[in-house]
Design a protein around this ligand. Structure first.
Ligand code: HEM
Length: 456
């Protein structure tokens, strides 16, 4: 029987009564899709094959000798929590539409992928999401990438070793087109942060029972059906039990100096003083740097990062409708749009991203986010979030403006901000903040089932 992806009940993956089909699904699914895998140190390899037989044999070897299943990953997390032992590194594979063709799948075959954005590839979708023209992307992304190999671990050593082994095994006909290195960053509380200094990765759709059980759910239900991220793998031996997920990869450069100047200037122009000055940045992101949701509190509160909230009853006087987390998850609707974000920050810094150093001490380039997310529909999830929500000045209510963090496109409209948290008085019309995140290139991939990879 095919696995019911629409089942709303979180996956009790280690229950004795788990059915055989779901077990087969977990044994054939790549890790890091259902549940985030540790990838504090991450190597992202972009490969081109050029010889179908050699490319297939290479992927088969990586899958059979270096990759674990989603089930193995869940077991490792459980064993680590009970103090038994550390987990093994993560290796993941994504194949682009061009990659499937190069591996010998016919044009008709590739049409079996239901996803129009995947079948087009990212280069042909720039118009759908206001991306910069392909000629402006970094060179590696202008080329035809066939596969991406992700190698991640808590420590740098295992990543370096696996990277050497995998590259050493790459056939002579294949090419390493390029590589990105991700490196996690944390604030003093130990929470993962992005380069603007804000806690990131907290709000996620959750699929497994252990994770769902840990979360309070009075205002927001973090449990999602597998249909948000999984689709049958069309080329697997048994697509009803062998699944994959569409992976969006985008290199997003962050001009941290410009963003910090914007925070400062916005606080000045609204006349914010003392601790209230932090509200300027929080109005752009929708959370304070420490993760406190702006719709709940006028000031950062510290403590565990809350995710049990909604925007019900907030007419924009607490968290503006344009705030990044409000744009990308309005919470009262659009659950089918929510994807599983699995990105990592890149680039080295000498300053502390979370402290109050002046903007002049901040990097203006070469750092950013390797944005990655698993989707069951690229047009319905990633592209919809980027275009219909983040890039849309009139989303939810008229004239709210672009998402100040990731919005792309002309920012003609003026916007206002609440002068005092929770009160109706709005500022004078204000030019929208400038774009500080630049898309440097990317690609759409499919993360196939292990059953497909092992049978190549
Ligand atoms: C450099 C670029 C980006 C930065 C700096 C950034 C930053 C953040 C931060 C600080 C959060 C709050 C942490 C959390 O709630 O987990 C967040 C959440 C989120 N971001 Fe981004 N982000 C970026 C790119 C993107 C992109 C490209 C998308 C999708 C098109 C996106 C979608 C989301 C979503 C869906 C959430 C969770 C919202 C929620 O459920 O409350 N982000 N981001």
């Amino acid at each position: 029987m095919p696995v019911d992806l629409h089942n709303e009940r979180p996956l009790a993956w280690d229950s004795a009564t788990l059915d055989a089909d779901t077990k087969a699904m977990l044994d054939n699914l790549q890790p890091n899709i259902l549940r985030a895998h540790v990838r504090e140190h991450l190597s992202v390899l972009f490969v081109r094959f050029n010889d179908a037989a050699e490319g297939r044999a290479f992927l088969r070897r990586v899958a059979t000798t270096k990759m674990k299943s989603a089930r193995r990953h869940l077991e490792e997390v459980r064993d680590f929590a009970t103090g038994r032992r550390r987990g093994t590194p993560y290796v993941g594979i994504g194949i682009s539409k061009a990659g499937y063709r190069d591996l010998g799948h016919s044009v008709e075959d590739v049409r079996k992928f239901g996803d129009a954005a995947f079948r087009d590839g990212m280069k042909r979708r720039t118009g759908f999401v206001n991306d910069p023209p392909v000629e402006e992307w970094e060179r590696v992304y202008q080329r035809e990438i066939h596969a991406v190999i992700l190698i991640g671990d808590a420590e740098p050593g295992p990543v370096a070793r696996l990277r050497e082994e995998i590259l050493g095994d790459l056939p002579a006909s294949a090419r390493l087109l390029g590589e990105e290195r991700g490196q996690g960053m944390r604030n003093p509380a130990g929470d993962g942060i992005e380069h603007f200094g804000y806690v990131d990765g907290r709000s996620q759709p959750l699929f497994v029972k252990d994770e769902v059980d840990k979360e309070p759910k009075r205002h927001w239900d973090p449990a999602f059906p597998l249909s948000n991220i999984l689709v049958p793998d069309p080329f697997a031996p048994d697509p009803g039990r062998h699944h994959g997920s569409y992976l969006v990869f985008r290199k997003l450069e962050q001009n941290v100096r410009a963003f910090k100047e914007i925070e400062r200037d916005l606080a000045d122009s609204l006349g914010l003083e003392g601790a209230d000055r932090d509200r300027a940045g929080a109005m752009l992101v929708g959370r304070f740097k420490d993760g406190t949701p702006l719709t709940l509190k006028p000031k950062a509160t510290g403590g565990p990062v809350v995710n049990d909230f909604s925007f019900d009853g907030d007419d924009g006087s607490k968290c503006p409708f344009s705030g990044h987390v409000r744009k990308t998850n309005p919470r009262s609707f659009g659950r089918e749009v929510i994807m599983a974000r699995r990105g990592q920050t890149y680039g080295e810094r000498t300053d502390e991203p979370w402290d109050d150093s002046p903007p002049g001490d901040r990097p203006s380039g070469e750092v950013g986010l390797l944005f990655m997310a698993f989707n069951s529909s690229l047009p319905g999830q990633f592209e919809f979030t980027q275009q219909s929500w983040a890039n849309n000045e009139d989303f939810e209510v008229e004239a709210t403006g672009h998402d100040p963090v990731i919005g792309q496109g002309e920012r003609g409209l003026k916007v206002t901000f609440p002068k005092v948290w929770g009160r109706p008085e709005q500022s004078e019309p204000h030019a929208q903040v400038a774009q500080t995140v630049t898309m440097m290139g990317g690609e759409y991939f499919f993360a196939p089932s292990l059953a497909y990879l092992r049978n190549l």
